[in-house]
Design a protein around this ligand. Structure first.
Ligand code: ADP
Ligand code: MG
Length: 392
């Protein structure tokens, strides 16, 4: 019996059955197409995708499943059932008028995808079910976008190039919810592979699968279950500060910068925040490349050290951590069998990721449960496949 603090993935088959049942109960006919897309956890490389750096995420076994059918109208009717309850939205397809963001807020993630899907979208009904926690830094947003996009491909009988698909879903998130995210989330959610992390070059948009060593070690995610309200304004500000640093150095992005360039910004007495952000990004890009190499050769000790270093610069230089994440990492650091721990994702709450020997997991959880001031949820991050169409 899992403890109440363990999140156990529902599995594709159960989610699909649930979605189909809700579809029949709601729309009085059967769905004709289905798609699934995972959430993700980033092992290392945070706040660098929008600087064209390297990131190293894995796709999770936790999923968004969407089922649907055309409805012979010029509207879309969408129902979502998740840990936030049941939500409904109806909106016109683009050909019957310019699609605009609006209420309810969650529907913008779906609308943005409909508006950006290549080719004509015919009116459809859809049901979304998900076992991903929302706003936990595990990318429920990209999951719902890419699942919706994949459903539209299934309904239209088309196949969009995966990188193009990730880019269109990113554009959807920029334009509709208005979140200026990088490419990482949509990319890994589209292209994740079982048993692998994906080293993504966010400049060339090329990627390499990195096998995750099997055996006695696993990836544990701990959801702090807190979301500080800063995210809305702070994320775009970090992005702008990084862009400012790149401009000061005469580069299109911080991908081109080295630690000498950061020293140059210091000598020029540039804004201290801008310098700090640049230093994190330069160090984090280098760490991410090294982490992928260390994973490949099974040097988990080094991977762990890089996790801690990454947490420290996210906390002190990027200033996107929070007391809850810092406390989880501090506790994990004192547990035998833990290689490394860090905050993951955008920050200001959300989740921590921990590389830990399987034999030490129960002890780690007990320590967290007795010492962590909040209410954590544990998720085992078994590296899983990216988005796919499902047979119905
Ligand atoms: P994260 O991507 O880390 O989970 P975000 O703040 O980027 O956090 O995205 C969370 C938002 O995405 C939710 O508040 C909701 O609006 C939307 N969302 C995600 N999954 C679903 C879903 N299954 N149904 C409806 N909306 C969803
Ligand atoms: Mg998101």
């Amino acid at each position: 019996m899992p403890a109440p603090t363990d999140a156990v993935s529902t599995g594709e088959t159960s989610l699909l059955r649930r979605a189909c049942d809700i579809f029949v109960a709601t729309f009085k006919r059967s769905a004709t197409a289905a798609a699934a897309a995972p959430g993700r956890v980033n092992l290392i490389g945070d706040h660098v995708d929008y600087c064209e750096g390297y990131v190293l995420p894995v796709a999770l076994p936790f999923l968004t499943v969407v089922v649907g059918a055309h409805n012979d109208t010029s509207s879309c009717r969408v129902v979502s059932v998740s840990d936030s309850g049941r939500q409904e939205a109806t909106f016109p397809i683009p050909s019957s008028g310019q699609l605009k963001p609006g209420e309810p807020a969650w529907s913008n993630y779906v609308k943005g995808v409909v508006a950006n899907f290549p080719g004509t979208v015919k009116g459809f009904d859809a049901v979304i079910v998900s076992d991903l926690p929302m706003g936990a830094g595990l990318s429920s947003s990209a999951s719902v976008e890419v699942a919706t996009f994949t459903l539209l491909e299934a309904l239209a009988g088309s196949n969009v190039d995966p990188v193009k698909k990730a880019q269109l879903c990113q554009k959807a998130e920029h334009e509709f919810p208005g979140m200026p995210c990088g490419i990482m989330d949509q990319y890994i959610v589209t292209m994740g592979k079982k048993d692998h992390a994906l080293l993504i070059d966010c400049r060339s948009l090329e990627s390499t699968q990195v096998p995750i060593p099997h055996g006695d070690t696993g990836i544990l995610v701990i959801n702090t279950n807190v979301k500080h309200q800063l995210t809305g304004s702070e994320y775009p500000q970090r992005r702008a500060q990084c862009q400012k640093a790149a401009e000061l150095l005469g580069f299109p992005s911080l991908r081109d910068a080295t630690s000498e360039h950061v020293e140059d910004l210091k000598r020029r007495k540039c804004d201290l925040d801008v310098i700090r952000r640049a230093q994190h990004v330069v160090e984090e890009i280098r760490r991410t490349e090294e982490c992928a190499k260390s994973l490949r050769v099974g040097d988990l000790e080094r991977v762990g050290e890089l996790f801690y270093e990454s947490h420290e610069t996210l906390r002190d230089l990027m200033e996107v951590s929070c007391p809850e994440l810092d406390q989880l990492v501090a506790i994990a650091k004192t547990v035998d069998g833990v290689y490394g721990a860090r905050m993951t994702g955008g920050g200001f709450g959300g989740s921590a990721v921990i590389l830990v020997k399987n034999a030490a997991v129960e002890h780690l959880k007990r320590r967290i449960l007795s010492e962590y001031k909040g209410t954590p949820t544990f998720l085992v991050a078994v590296p899983s496949d990216g988005a796919r169409k499902l047979n119905i």
